[in-house]
Design a binder for this molecule. Structure first.
Ligand code: FAD
Ligand code: NAD
Length: 479
């Protein structure tokens, strides 16, 4: 007789482990199958996010920013540091410690919640049967009332730049350099290219970013993106838009990259090359021929707005399905699915998913950009206020960037909020909360904000949508 569970989750990343814990909280007998073996050669929960994504990248972003500040900004504050040194090995060991603490924490949460962690791979068959193949044992068939697919995503590969995780690396390899490359090439000026390009640039690499598309960060509000491009270029990222990589040739310690730019052929040699051109859903080994779930035209698992696949009782979440590949989106879908399975009614608000790029300054947004508001054809208003007008930002030496609101002119509802600036990742949550509550911009205008705080720029940008900002000179536009 096959083992039977209320819920089997395949994949123990932020989507999968959260689903499993929430199911267990709701009294469901739950197993989570996770096949990852970490760099310490141990089975590990936490998925891409905790092992090779959000967390290790932020650990290196924080370490490299501290180094960068010690190198330059400390002197502005009257702090002398003497001869500055760098220990990349220690930096990497610290990052690994943070990762192990968090992945171990998820394992403890599984124990505390009585979630069964099945270490090995899972494959969905017909009739909600799952074949579980342990790392060190025979395959066995399990049955479940409900199956949640949460297998995540993997980096997109491009033929001209084959990854060897030594000279030519994807994001996972780029988190593991044991020395600072003198010359670093990055293919793709997306989130990973900018974050990991920034890490190594701050530590001393000469970084060139080759981006195929002509527009920088096309999905970000373009007023913000243009300013960000200027700042990142000033920081040392040499970003080439409209650059098409045509080939690479590896040598022992370097790689020669050929690319076309403005109709001309170029050739450049780098010590390391990061390929960061997007991620794709990871369905290999997950679905048998007779599993019955449908894929969409981009190979994502097709789901409805509560993450149900075409097979009753089978759900899919996170990077496997439509929408942005973000940990918090996977988490909220996991909670929703667990609650739907338990008979509760929950819905993710896909109009209020925040996005953050953890550069310095950070870029963050939620809702519609100004272009999107314009394209909708409905009247809208905007309010933009720079951090240069904020006392706390100046005191901290962080005057770059701005806060921008996009507001429906007829209803006064907030359509979008965009931030380029210090702690944008934290400030954006104010826009998320306001939008979740369906607040008008007037609601924000009437609130009191602590002084001095970066949040005051959020307040001022809200006031600016109606020409009421105090700390910037605003001229009313002619209609
Ligand atoms: P994953 O985290 O990919 O987890 C899926 C798990 O399923 C994996 O551990 C895999 O081993 C397992 N699995 C797959 N197939 C099977 C199978 N057949 N059987 C058993 N197990 C299986 N997002 C953010 O929101 N903020 C960030 O700052 C951020 N930074 C990132 C930085 C980098 C460098 C990268 C690469 C990604 C980053 N992301 C970030 C994206 C984020 O990591 C993903 O969106 C998130 O991890 C998706 O969660 P998931 O649960 O859907 O899948
Ligand atoms: P991305 O989609 O953010 O950016 C990929 C970039 O590569 C795009 O600008 C694209 O135009 C470009 N590109 C595609 N093919 C190319 C080619 N052949 N040559 C040159 N450029 C090319 O993807 P990513 O940076 O790989 O990150 C993957 C996903 O992981 C992100 O979309 C995001 O969802 C997630 N992520 C999130 C965070 C965060 O939330 N802070 C951090 C890292 C990753």
């Amino acid at each position: 007789m096959a083992d039977k569970y209320d819920v089997i989750v395949i994949g123990g990343g932020p989507g999968g482990y959260v689903t499993a814990i929430r199911c267990a909280q709701l009294g469901l007998n739950t197993a989570c199958i996770e096949k990852r073996i970490n760099k310490q050669d141990q089975p590990a929960l936490g998925g891409t996010c905790l092992n090779v994504g959000c967390i290790p990248s932020k650990a290196l972003l924080d370490s490299s920013w501290k180094y960068h500040e010690a190198e330059g900004a400390f002197a502005d504050h009257g702090i002398q540091v003497g001869k500055l040194g760098m220990d990349v090995k220690a930096m990497q060991e610290r990052k690994d410690k943070v990762v192990l603490q968090l992945t171990g924490g998820v394992a403890s949460l599984f124990k505390a919640n009585k979630v069964t962690w099945l270490q090995g791979s899972g494959e969905l068959k017909a009739n909600k049967q799952v074949v579980f193949t342990p790392h060190d044992g025979e395959a066995q068939t399990l049955e479940a009332e409900n199956v949640v697919l949460a297998a995540g995503s993997v980096p997109v590969a491009i033929p001209p730049a084959e990854v060897d995780q030594n000279i030519v690396v994807d994001s996972t390899g780029a988190l593991e350099f044991d020395a600072v490359p003198k010359k670093l090439g990055v293919i793709g000026a997306g989130i990973i290219g900018l974050e990991l390009g920034s890490v190594w640039s701050r530590l001393g690499s000469e970084v060139t970013v080759l981006e195929a598309v002509d527009t920088f960060l096309p999905t970000v509000d373009q007023q913000i993106a243009k300013e960000a491009m200027k700042l990142f270029t000033k920081q040392g990222l040499d970003i080439h838009l409209g650059a098409r990589v045509t080939g690479t040739k590896k040598n022992k310690n370097s790689v020669r990259v050929t690319y076309t730019l403005n109709g001309e052929e170029h050739e450049e040699t780098y010590d390391r090359l990061i390929v960061a051109v997007g991620r794709r859903p990871y369905t290999e080994g997950l679905l048998s021929q007779d599993a019955g779930v449908t894929l969409d035209e981009r190979n994502y698992i097709y789901v409805d707005n509560q993450c149900r696949t075409d097979v009753p009782g089978v759900y899919a979440i996170g990077d496997l399905v439509r929408g942005p590949a973000l940990a918090h989106k996977a988490i909220e879908e996991g909670v929703m699915v667990a609650e739907v399975i338990a008979g509760e009614h929950t819905q993710v608000n896909y109009d209020a998913v925040p996005g953050v790029i953890y550069t310095h300054p950070e870029v963050a947004w939620v809702g519609k950009s100004e272009q999107e508001a314009k394209d909708s054809g409905e009247p809208y208003k905007t309010g933009v206020v720079p951090f240069a007008a904020n006392g706390r930002a100046l005191a901290a030496g962080e005057p770059a960037g701005m806060v921008k609101f996009v507001v429906d002119e007829k209803t006064d509802r907030i359509l979008g909020m965009h931030v380029l600036g210090p702690q944008a990742s934290e400030l954006i949550q104010q826009g998320v909360i306001a939008m979740e509550f369906g607040s008008s911009i007037e609601d924000l205008q009437l609130m009191m904000f602590g002084h001095p705080s970066l949040s005051e720029t959020v307040h001022e940008a809200a006031l600016a949508t109606d020409y009421k900002a105090i700390h910037v000179a605003q001229r009313r536009r002619k209609k």
